[in-house]
Design a protein. Structure first.
Length: 261
């Protein structure tokens, strides 16, 4: 694995800072969910909305020019948007809720996927993730996912990681997992928030150029900080992977919807 990086443990004050950040972030989402502001992040900026309509996947930090520094950790808050012409929100939900199939849709980052439990709009899932940047990190993760209908053609999804463990010697006879919150700290928490907005002839507004679905994802993750002298190993992982992973996820979602359609 990483012979030159020390094993670290998630500290209580790091987790407390992350949870405080999440509370503030979710409070900030409420106006868009309650109809008091634009539902889509992309619609809050005209040049951005135009780029998305034209087929570009737009992804950027929610605020600032880098991860948020907290005690012994970093918070990565990225948001992205993609438009899928001709798709419906029903098709989009059917695709993303087919969790057993995620290992096929989102490869190579998702190595394995499984639906554990499903009750209405609530899902419990497990994913084996592969993070590769200079080094290779394999993670076994569990998530609680909840969907809610905001209005006609509009849905919101909230996903919380409930367990993330690092896997050593993955795929070999020596494979074993480390204790939760112990390891190299490349991903301690991952909370994601999805928005699906269908634009049809009946609902077409000034922001929509064609029928289809706008899909947005805001991914907030927690990693270790970057220790002095190990930036060359850790910095590309914790700084670049969140953006690359978000773009990959949105692109794979669009391709799968286009293939199905």
């Amino acid at each position: 694995m990483v012979q030159t990086a020390n094993v670290v443990q998630l500290k209580p004050r790091t987790l407390e800072a992350f949870e405080s950040y999440i509370r503030d972030a979710e409070a900030g989402m409420q106006p868009s969910l309650q109809g008091d502001s634009a539902f889509l992040w992309s619609d809050t900026d005209q040049p951005r909305a135009q780029q998305v309509r034209q087929g570009k996947i737009v992804a950027q930090l929610w605020a600032g020019d880098g991860p948020v520094k907290i005690p012994n950790g970093l918070i990565h808050d990225w948001t992205g948007a993609v438009f899928v012409p001709g798709a419906t929100v029903g098709q989009s939900l059917a695709l993303v809720q087919n969790y057993d199939h995620h290992k096929n849709i989102y490869q190579p980052e998702v190595v394995d996927s499984k639906l554990i439990r499903h009750d209405g709009n609530d899902f419990q899932i497990s994913l084996r993730l592969l993070k590769k940047k200079i080094i290779t990190v394999v993670l076994d993760t569990n998530h609680d996912v909840h969907y809610s209908e905001i209005g006609p053609g509009r849905w919101f999804c909230r996903s919380y990681s409930t367990r993330i463990v690092e896997v050593e010697d993955a795929g070999t006879e020596k494979e074993h997992t480390l204790e939760p919150d112990t390891g190299y700290g490349f991903l301690w928490r991952l909370y994601s928030y999805w928005k699906f907005d269908e634009k049809s002839d009946e609902r077409r507004g000034s922001a929509a150029a064609a029928n289809g679905v706008y899909i947005e994802c805001r991914a907030i993750s927690l990693t270790r900080d970057i220790p002095y002298g190990l930036g060359w190993i850790i910095e590309p992982i914790v700084r670049k992977l969140p953006q690359e992973s978000l773009i990959h996820t949105l692109e794979c979602t669009r391709k799968a919807l286009q293939a199905a359609g």
